[in-house]
Design a protein around this ligand. Structure first.
Ligand code: DGT
Ligand code: CA
Length: 626
């Protein structure tokens, strides 16, 4: 498991990458985003091939329409499961189809496979088009409100022509639903609560903004209550890139006292629930934190249960059922007898599984891999020896070389690649050739007197619209580390963007592509890219791909990283820090790597300084036949 408490995050709210600053300076509209950020409206970006999103959306909508039409629940569930599994695919569904392996995807039988082919070939599905004609488009939206089932949705539409959420909300507020069939006094209130719940459920915040708070809460609880065990659970512990709320689990002999201490923490602006073993509070900015306290002997089972994911838990429970075991948050039971539950290891062992790290618990094949003894040993934070991407005062970073090295030492790192922007990025203080030589001399002098932490002279070289790099080859060749990235002209078409990356990848001096897709969580989708071609070229040339650990980037994300790793690509993790404390984001990058099933061997940051220097020569030696 990651050791989340090792590093503390401070000043995170002041952090911005340079593109953010440029944007913010440009318009007041964007400045509003800064304010809105605390409330992060949670548009989770498509993380897999565009096609996967399109295909799964068709199945999801078909399930919803069938529900309104009151069709067979079995069929509805089949479409829902198909949609979910397609969304979770770590590779493009078109590629799977080409290999003739659609029916290998869980929940995809021959019939659904045929439908997928039709969508891939024609962009839609005849059956879906026919179904759509049967209901007004806005009606599907009503179904998403907790407490509004297909019957009510249809009735609301027929009686009051309500076909979207906004109208439903307005009419419920105005008390105009009263008197309709099945609408009781409390129903309007419930519908309004359902709508607001639905909106709050949709709200997801970036993990990097929530973790510091979680660490403070757990530290304070440990101080103020007697707990023998304490851990974050839920999506936080799984290192999902965004989280809806915070789940915390404790073991104690005095559960009531722990809950009392919890609901009186300074973060608890509102107490939502206060029971003998459970507490639930909301922070001033609306984040919900739930605490459960269990006896020590149930701690492992409860930690498994509350860590989730739900899909993973269901699979583990199914394995239990086959062995005649009942698994819940209290333990693993054979009949009345509890046979396991104190530790997570025990719970997994009871169903024949090895310990599965929390980040892998997404039902993305970890159960099968565990049963077959194929579970990879994913990279751990303690293995990380360096940061591959930090900005210094030489460009738009805030720290000097000495400060960066000092911070690295405190984080237990051996080396840092100082990768400042290249010359044409004037707005980000890009370095010209003269400034670069000055920096190189300063780094050499620093290294000569630094026995522990070594710095590498690097650049984050800009890739032009035509694919040309912002420094000539002889300058690139003289640098220890070259990461290349797109910082301008985000809206070019897929072919142009793909070629830009390919041209950087094909340069023998480029070690890695930084933030390869360019997405910003909740703010900007990645540029249009043919990732398959990018992956193919990176694998062929031995170019690394970055997992940019800045909390808004996390780019490549977990699914892409896993897909790239399967092609034999290696990774660098870079914090992309512009402020010293942002180097602590490296932790988030490791979380992404673990969620992407990467081992220490696949991540260059696990190398010592000496090994790293050797590894950095490989691509150019290979490409230049040295
Ligand atoms: P989030 O909050 O949306 O970021 O994601 P999670 O995974 O933290 O979800 P949450 O907070 O609803 O639930 C926390 C964990 O509790 C979840 O990961 C698994 C477990 N859990 C919740 N509901 C169920 C359930 O109905 N069945 C099972 N097996 N587990 C559940
Ligand atoms: Ca949660």
């Amino acid at each position: 498991m990651l050791v989340p408490c090792r590093w503390r995050l401070r000043n995170w709210h002041f952090c911005e990458d340079f593109s953010r600053i440029i944007l913010a300076a440009k318009t007041a509209r964007i400045a509003r985003h800064f304010l809105l950020w605390a409330g992060f409206s949670g548009m989770i970006l498509k993380v897999v091939g565009v096609k996967n999103g399109e295909v799964s959306a068709v199945f999801r909508q078909m399930a919803e329409i069938l529900e309104i039409l009151g069709e067979d629940a079995y069929r509805i569930r089949a479409y829902q499961r198909a949609a979910q599994n397609i969304e979770n695919l770590p590779e493009d569904i078109a590629a799977i189809r080409e290999r003739g392996e659609l029916t290998k995807i869980p929940a995809i039988g021959k019939e659904i496979a045929r439908k997928i082919e039709e969508i891939l070939d024609t962009g839609t599905l005849q059956k879906y088009e026919e179904l759509k004609q049967k209901v007004p488009p806005g009606l599907v939206e009503l179904l998403q409100v907790p407490g509004v089932g297909p019957k009510t949705a249809r009735m609301l539409y027929e009686k009051l022509s309500i076909e979207n959420l906004a109208t439903l909300e307005r009419l419920a507020r105005e008390g105009r639903l009263k008197g309709l069939p099945g609408i009781k006094a409390k129903t309007e209130e419930n519908i309004l609560r359902g709508i607001s719940l639905m909106r709050s459920v949709q709200e997801r915040r970036p993990l990097g903004l929530v973790l510091p708070l979680v660490r403070r809460v757990t530290a304070l609880l440990q101080e103020r209550a007697t707990v023998s065990r304490l851990s974050p659970a839920g999506s936080i512990r799984r290192y999902r890139e965004t989280v809806r709320d915070v789940d915390i689990l404790a073991a104690s002999k005095e559960p009531e006292k722990v809950v009392d201490a919890f609901v009186s923490l300074p973060f608890a602006a509102e107490v939502i629930a206060h029971g003998p073993t459970k507490g639930s509070v909301r922070t001033p900015d609306g984040l919900q934190i739930d605490l459960r306290v269990v006896p020590e002997e149930s701690y492992g089972a409860a930690l498994c249960y509350f860590t989730g994911s739900k899909a993973h838990n269901i699979r583990v429970r199914e394995l239990g059922v086959r062995l005649g075991l009942k698994i819940n948050e209290y333990g693993v039971f054979r009949g009345e007898e509890r046979i396991a539950g104190t530790t997570e290891e025990e719970v997994f062992a009871a169903v024949g599984l090895p310990y599965i790290p929390p980040e892998m618990r997404e039902d993305r094949g970890e159960i099968e891999a565990g049963l077959d003894g194929r579970l990879p040993q994913v990279v751990a934070l303690t293995e990380i020896k360096g940061d591959f991407h930090v900005h210094s005062k030489y460009s738009d970073g805030a720290a000097s070389l000495g400060e960066i090295a000092e911070k690295a030492k405190r984080l237990g790192l051996e080396w840092v690649a100082v990768c400042d922007h290249s010359q044409s990025l004037k707005v980000a203080g890009g370095l010209d050739a003269a400034a670069l030589s000055e920096k190189r001399a300063a780094i050499e002098a620093f290294n000569a007197r630094s026995p522990d932490v070594k710095l590498l002279c690097g650049t984050e070289v800009d890739i032009g619209v035509d694919g040309r790099l912002d420094y000539p080859d002889e300058v690139l060749a003289s640098l220890d580390v070259v990461v290349a990235a797109i910082h301008t002209a985000f809206r070019q078409g897929k072919e142009v963007q793909t070629r830009r990356l390919l041209s950087a990848i094909n340069n023998p001096y480029v070690h890695a592509i930084a933030h390869p897709t360019g997405r910003l969580i909740g703010e900007r989708e990645g540029y249009a890219l043919d990732l398959e071609r990018v992956f193919e070229a990176a694998a062929r040339t031995g170019t690394f791909l970055e997992i940019n650990a800045y909390y808004k980037r996390l780019d490549l994300n977990d699914l892409y990283a896993r897909a790239a790793a399967e092609k034999g690509i290696g990774f660098v993790i870079g914090s992309d820090a512009h402020l010293l404390d942002q180097m602590e984001f490296l932790d988030l990058g490791v979380g992404v790597a673990r969620r992407g099933w990467l081992t220490g061997q696949q991540v260059i940051n696990t190398l010592s300084y000496k090994e790293l220097l050797k590894a950095l020569r490989q691509k150019r030696d290979l490409m230049l036949h040295i």
